[in-house]
Write a protein that binds this ligand. Structure first.
Ligand code: ATP
Ligand code: MG
Length: 524
């Protein structure tokens, strides 16, 4: 029986359909014939209403690449640090740099100057790009090119495209980008991504979105891997991405209607907000047919509410990371009913589940740390060789840090993150499980569970809860509600009410901020 079998490499069954990898990304793009360019825009900035057509995108990529090379000497292997909110110049900049073989290194413009100096230290940039509002955060000794300056505009519009004396040869194994992890479990790490990694992610995205032409609403940032790949995928498929900032749900819904959005890229907090909006019904008769959620666990209760509210909209999930790219996806109306799963492995992704104590490969149904290998897995961390050594085992498997299991049909389930498990006496408690139970209480808008130090038990599970306005649910109600549904060691033993749960821009709960809030003793 599967439970007694041990696998060295468990290639879990029934991966998603195979895909073929195109050869090179930017050369593919440049090979497109101008008279075949689609007439719909490539990108629309919802904040300004400005749009970028395909002919302009491609000609500006050429102009910018040529200017960056001839005026600034940017060339293969150079590292371009980019500090900007999402705007139409960003995809042009990303693709110009890629076509030169330079390494796209986008960072969060909301990071503090000291966080930024760490990211700069890790990635060793040779060039800097910023906006007039973000540039003051960069260290004094760097002189960034401002992407909202007349100079940059002239680079984009220059029609004196000088052909490079030596054509740049880019191999799939060359680094294309340095993407920063969200910093949810510790300090942000710098993952070097190859051209092949980008191609692999785009290739598997095709299996999630069949052949229709999508108009995608991207609310997340373009500097995070999810947004970065959304930009690349859009250009490859020649579709339209509408770029918007996070805002009130009523505004997001209006944007979706205004731009006839067919597909939304979301993180769980956005799906939660959608299911709690009185206006969500307006989407049911709109062109919206798919919401793809990823980045953090989605409570099955939230997914159920979503389906009840919008039965004609598919709720897909994607699981992956900055380091691993896209690992699995859940899609299709039937599969999406397998609540709690993040779907099947993508083609060419290998996975095994490793026992935390014995380091043995485990079998179907057993929980352990997920290790993956495959064409989307990063080249490695840069700037921190110790982190890099710890990230891989001796056979090149990437340790995801996620505790997972597979069911008999090859569906993957994320239990929690290794680093976020609560150690109650000798037991391990997964905060995600408790959060999912809390999310089934209609009085709770959002919840996060963290370890709270305890003299006898070591740690106890503590919940931070955002109550629905007008609700007077109390601490005892919450403790009792959860206690009825879990083994005694998993009970929530402490509750605090707060106004909002702190999250990363990629939609992840910052449990360590809550834990330090709890430890500070400043809570009532
Ligand atoms: P850091 O590694 O710096 O602590 P991070 O892991 O949050 O930050 P990302 O690379 O943005 O940074 O996130 C990847 C992680 O997000 C995964 O390891 C997993 O824990 C979580 N995740 C992503 N997608 C899903 C999903 N669909 N369901 C559950 N968890 C997910
Ligand atoms: Mg991580």
């Amino acid at each position: 029986s599967p439970a007694t079998k041990t696998f060295h490499t468990l290639r879990f069954p029934v991966p998603l359909p195979p895909v073929s990898l195109p050869l090179a990304f930017t050369s593919y793009l440049f090979s497109l014939l101008p008279d075949r360019f689609p007439s719909h825009p490539a990108f629309i900035n919802a904040s300004t209403g400005a749009s970028l057509s395909y002919p302009n995108l491609v000609s500006q990529i050429h102009s910018l690449a040529s200017s960056l090379h001839s005026h600034l000497g940017i060339s293969k292997g150079h590292v371009a640090f980019i500090l900007s909110t999402s705007c139409l110049e960003i995809p042009i900049l990303y693709l110009s740099l890629l076509s030169l073989g330079a390494i796209v290194t986008p960072a969060n413009p909301a990071a503090t100057p000291s966080e930024l100096s760490r990211l700069i230290h890790l990635s060793s940039p040779t060039h800097f790009f910023a906006t007039s509002s973000s540039s003051s955060k960069l260290p004094l000794h760097v002189t960034p090119i401002l992407i909202d300056s007349p100079l940059f505009r002239s680079f984009l519009e220059s029609d004196s495209i000088s052909h490079l004396s030596d054509p740049i040869e880019i191999r799939q194994s060359d680094p294309a980008a340095i993407l920063f992890s969200s910093g949810t479990t510790g300090t942000t790490k710098a993952a070097a991504i190859s051209h092949r990694n980008i191609i692999a992610v785009i290739a598997v995205m095709r299996t999630i979105q069949p052949s229709e032409k999508e108009t995608t609403l991207l609310i997340g940032p373009m500097f995070h891997s999810m947004g970065f790949f959304a930009v690349m995928n859009n250009v490859m498929r020649q579709e339209t991405v509408v770029v918007a900032r996070p805002g009130p749900m009523s505004l997001t819904i209006s944007l979706a209607l205004k731009y006839k959005i067919s597909q939304m890229l979301a993180v769980p907090p956005l799906v939660i907000a959608l299911t709690q909006s009185d206006e969500a019904m307006r989407l049911e008769s709109s062109p919206l047919r798919r919401v793809i959620c990823g980045g953090a666990p989605l409570a099955p209760e939230v997914a159920k509410r979503f389906k009840a509210l919008l039965p004609n909209v598919e709720l897909s999930q994607g699981y992956g990371s900055t380091e691993a790219g896209l690992v699995s996806s859940m899609m299709g109306p039937e599969e999406c009913c397998r609540l709690g799963s993040v779907g099947k492995l993508h083609d060419k992704v290998e996975a095994k589940i490793m026992d935390l104590g014995t380091n043995q490969a485990l079998s179907v149904g057993q929980q352990g740390e997920l290790y993956v290998r495959g064409p989307a897995v990063m080249l490695g961390y840069v700037g921190d060789s110790e982190a890099n050594t710890l990230a891989f085992d001796s056979e090149g498997w990437l340790k995801t840090g996620d505790i997972c299991y597979f069911d008999e049909d090859g569906f993957l389930y994320i239990v929690d993150r290794l680093k976020e498990m609560i150690k109650y006496k000798a037991y391990q408690v997964a905060p995600v499980e408790l959060e999912q139970i809390l999310h089934s209480l209609p009085d709770i808008v959002e919840a996060a569970v963290v370890p709270y130090p305890h003299a006898v038990a070591g740690q106890i599970p503590m919940a931070f809860v955002v109550r629905r306005p007008g609700s007077n649910i109390n601490v005892d109600d919450i403790i009792e509600f959860v206690a009825k549904q879990v083994a005694p060691y998993k009970k929530i033993r402490k509750v605090a009410f707060i106004d909002a749960i702190p999250k990363t821009p990629s939609g992840k709960i910052l449990r360590r901020e809550l834990a330090s809030l709890a430890a500070s003793g400043s809570l009532s």
